[in-house]
Structure formats: C-alpha cells, structure tokens
Design a protein around this ligand. Structure first.
Ligand code: AMP
Length: 529
C-alpha cells in the first residue's frame, strides 16, 4: 500500500441493508469507492464462520444455507440494551457486528484505492436518539476508526445535492425510505448555511416491512395448499425473504412477477402484479404519507414553499413512492442524485468541511488532513467547503417529571420539544411539592407523551440542603441546555437561597469504555473477508 499518499477523508453510510463509503477526490468531489466485489454498495450482512467473518454479498447469499450464522438488519438493534448474538462461544453486541461491517468496507476501500482511510463521518437516520448515535460512534471506534462526527442521513443527502448549488436559497424536502428506517426532513439551504427545519419518521419502517407483506401473503397461500407454514422453517423462511425482496425490486420495473415458495419438498407458485403489491402495502406507504404533512406543519410551511424533493434510499425506486410524492407535493422529485450513494457522498463532504475547519491545536490529525485537502482541491470548491455551516434540530422531546397543578397528576412536562433548533437553553420555574421541602429530585425524560410511563428516563439532577421551613410551591428555576453534540446539561437553582445543582447527562449506550476497548481488540484480531 502506498502510504505516502495522504489519507482519505471519508464518509460512510452504515445502512440497515446496505452500506457505502465515499471519499473526497483531488478535485474536491465526493466519489463512492467500490468494494473488492466491484460493487458500489455492500450488503450489511455478516456471516460468522469458525475462523473468520464474511461481510457483504457472500454473507447475504449464505443466509439461506446457514440462517443461524448470519446476521442481517443489525442497525435495527443498535443501542439496544441486552441484544447479543452468540457464535462459536463468543457474544457479539450490535456495535461489534456493525464494527465488522465497517471493517470490511474500510479494508476494501484501502485495497481498491491504494490509500489509507483517515477520518470518517458516519451517518444515522435523523430520527435516531442519542443512545443510538453513541452506539453508532462506538461501532466506528471498535472498528479502529477515527469517527469525527455522526451526521444525519437527510442532511448528508442535502449536502451531496446542494454542494454545487450553495449560494442559492432553497428549501429541500428529503424523503428517505431505506431498508429499515424512514424519515422525512425539511432542510433550508441558504448561502453555505444548511439548516434542518423539521424532521420526523419511524425508526422501524422500511423495505423489510414491504418484504414482510409479500412473505406473509405467499406463506398463507402455501399453508392453505400444503398445511405447512414456511415461516416456521428457518431455511425456507430465509429463502422466501430473498425471493420476496427480489420480487419487490422487480416490481419497480415489471408489471408482474412469479414467486416460487419451497419448503420441505413442497412448492407453491404465486403470481403477484404491481397493482396487487401496491394494494398489499398501501398501509405502509400511507404511514409515510402522514409524516409528510406532519413535518411540513412542524416547519410551519406550505408545499409552495418547498423547491426541491430529494428521494433517498433504495425503496424510493418504487413507482408508488414517486407517484405519492408527486400527488402530495405537486413537485417532480430530483433525479440527479443516486438514492443509494448520496448519503455516503454527503458524509464525505461533511468530513472535508470539518477537516478544513479543524484547529491544529485541538484536532491535530484532522487539521493535517484539512491541510492536505487545501493543497489538492480546487479553489472555488475549497472556499465553499470552508464556509459550510450545518445546524440541526433535536429529534426527541426532552422533559421533566412533575405534578401538574391543575389536576395534581404526575406528568412529563416538555422542556425542549422536538424539532427545536440546537444548541438551545430553556429555563422554567417549578414549585416545590410539599412544605419544608429541603431537597428536589429532577427526573429528566425523553419522549413525546405527557405520561411519564411512555417516556424514557435518561437522568436525574438533585438539589439538596435547601433552607428549611418554606411553603410548598417555593420556586426552583430549572434549565436544560442542549448542545450540538447531543449533550444535555441540567441546572436547578433555588430562587431564594441561590443554591444550585448541575449535572451533565451523558447518555451512554449499552457498552462501557472497557467493553469497547476489549471489543476493539477482538475486531482487530478477526479475519474479515
Ligand atoms: P438502502 O437502505 O437505502 O440501501 O435501501 C435498501 C432497500 O431498498 C431494501 O429494502 C431494498 O430491497 C430496496 N430496494 C433497492 N432497490 C429497489 C428497487 N429498485 N425497487 C424497490 N426497492 C428497492
């Protein structure tokens, strides 16, 4: 490997079904790097063998023969406490399995380009919460990567689209329907400023759900004919999953497909027309349509205010998606960007932005990469990249548990509603509950409901030693300060005595520092092909 060439500034789209990597070339353009199978995207599928781990196409193709040793869709479990898979006596968390995918992608990128992968930006759905973001970052660390930022997928797509349009003012709607997640985001590009105005979505809605509808329909026909449910046979079920996905993809081009379901020596052939497929999955598409309206309303805009629609994710190749978007927005979606590649490309651009803006004293390695970029890329692109500024909104409401005075019910009161531009500081007064109360425990929650049971408690902040003998309702000012990198600081201050308590809530994922270091060592030692 020619180490003398500067390390590449890269962006990685770590997807539920497929992943991709892009780098910034000497002209300042983002380029997807092929893998060693000569493909621009790599299936996010992992096959565990005794001596090695296989990632990508071969792993995906092995899913039928060895379903018990293959992991797919691990992104749906990232950050999930307690989710582990055991292979050959060893336990793997979603972070470690994701790290194996990252290792293959990076390894291939280095082999194919003959250059080292330097810093990386990894993307996540806009709707990911902080635990899921942190877990994604940990996956990068476990893979031995220098992850300089976690970027929202729709922002990445807007960057990839907008890089040659910076300077114009336009509002962009990003509809992102991938293999496992769905989000809609409205972004404003103004000069070199890229602001997220509103975002919403479903963490668990994507291609897999469309495939499931086909699987269920075929399995029921098979069962009616043979009295066996192919979904209860691991191999047959995996085979049917692959065929259902192929059928779905074919139906984006063809009017009709045939699916052959085989299980325990029996078979059933099912014909599926595009029309019937669209009827079968109408509810799923309808769910995504609902979010279009929700996000528009949250951004306080009308469709006439939106100039461009970007479609991201392989599922947006379905004609039904395009028709629905055209009907709702009265706009023709942008066709100039590749829905499978734009996220990785935008992430690479963002990495370049960070490298060019890095201060040598604070981030020496990244700043060095920035210097290398400055020497190679063209002047006009350089100027643009140096000016790019990305701002974001929080994707989940942050609240506080307290008693509502009007009905004395314990409720989760929103301090920072979702879709608030960040960074943000909010201060609200709260009265003590009882007379002579000398301490107050603040319970910090994340969630949209006012029922505390439907929210997730993410931390506490206790203020003690308040003066004795005060009446109920004595005021405490509570401040939530939410920073760009997802850190929340909670400050509680007693109005009378001035006593103050301050905590920083750092939401950590399932894995601790020690576990991450141990997993990193494991992944380095593992043969990944
Ligand atoms: P992504 O996560 O963006 O890679 O999207 C992958 C999802 O898009 C998977 O569920 C694929 O089955 C689906 N997909 C890819 N190409 C097509 C296509 N031409 N028509 C319908 N779905 C597709």
């Amino acid at each position: 490997m020619a180490d003398e060439k500067p390390a590449m500034v890269c962006g990685i789209d770590l997807g539920t079904t497929n992943s991709a990597i892009a780098f910034i070339d000497e002209h300042g353009k983002a380029q997807v790097i092929q893998n060693t199978d000569n493909e621009r995207i790599t299936p996010s599928v992992v096959l565990f063998e005794e001596e090695e781990v296989i990632v990508g196409k071969i792993a995906k193709n092995s899913a039928v023969a060895a379903p018990d040793r293959v992991v797919q869709f691990v992104k749906r479990h990232i950050g999930e406490e307690g989710w582990v898979k055991t292979f050959f006596g060893k336990e793997y968390t979603p972070e470690t399995i994701s790290a194996l995918i990252l290792k293959r992608i990076v390894q291939d990128a280095e082999t194919v380009s003959g250059r080292k992968v330097g810093s990386v930006v990894i993307t996540v759905p806009a709707y990911f919460n902080e635990v899921e973001r942190k877990a994604t970052q940990d996956a990068g660390t476990i893979a031995g990567l220098n992850v300089v930022s976690i970027l929202n997928e729709p922002t990445a797509a807007a960057l990839a689209y907008g890089m040659d349009k910076l300077g114009e003012k336009r509002r962009v709607l990003v509809y992102d329907l991938g293999g496992g997640t769905f989000d809609v985001t409205i972004i404003e590009i103004d000069g070199a400023k890229i602001d997220v105005l509103a975002t919403d979505g479903e963490r668990r809605l994507g291609g897999i759900d469309w495939d499931d509808e086909i699987i269920n329909m075929v399995a029921e026909k098979f069962q009616a004919e043979h009295g066996i449910d192919p979904r209860s046979d691991m191999e047959a079920c995996q085979d049917l999953r692959n065929k259902a996905e192929d059928a779905k993809i074919s139906l984006s081009k063809l009017d009709k497909v045939r699916i052959l379901c085989q299980c325990q020596g029996k078979s059933t052939k099912v014909e599926l027309t595009r029309d019937d497929f669209e009827k079968l999955t109408k509810g799923l598409l309808g769910q995504t349509e609902t979010y279009l309206g929700v996000v528009l309303e949250k951004a306080k805009l009308a469709w006439k205010d939106i100039g461009t629609v970007l479609l991201v994710g392989g599922m947006t190749r379905m004609p039904a998606v395009v028709q629905m978007i055209e009907r709702v927005t009265a706009l023709k979606p942008e066709t100039g960007i590749n829905p499978d590649e734009c996220v990785a490309m935008g992430a690479a651009f963002y990495n370049a932005v960070l490298a060019l803006q890095a201060k040598p004293a604070e981030e020496p390695e990244l700043a060095l990469q920035g210097e290398a970029l400055k020497e190679s890329i063209e002047e006009d692109v350089l100027i643009l990249l140096q000016e790019v500024e990305v701002t974001n909104v929080n994707s989940h409401s942050l609240g506080i548990i307290g008693v509502r005075r009007t009905d004395m019910k314990v409720v989760a009161h929103k301090m920072i509603p979702k879709n608030t531009p960040i960074p943000v500081d909010v201060t609200k007064p709260f009265g003590t509950e009882k007379p002579n109360q000398v301490s107050v425990m603040i319970k910090v929650v994340e969630g949209e409901s006012d029922n505390p049971e439907d929210c997730t408690q993410i931390g506490t902040c206790e203020i003690r030693d308040l003066p004795a003998g005060r009446p109920a309702g004595s005021l405490i000012d509570v401040t939530y300060a939410y920073s760009v990198d997802g850190r929340l600081q909670v400050i509680a201050k007693d109005r009378v005595s001035g006593r103050e308590a301050k905590v920083e809530i750092v939401r950590t994922s399932g894995m601790g520092e020690k576990e991450i270091v141990a997993a990193q060592k494991d992944v380095v030692d593992m043969e990944v092909g």
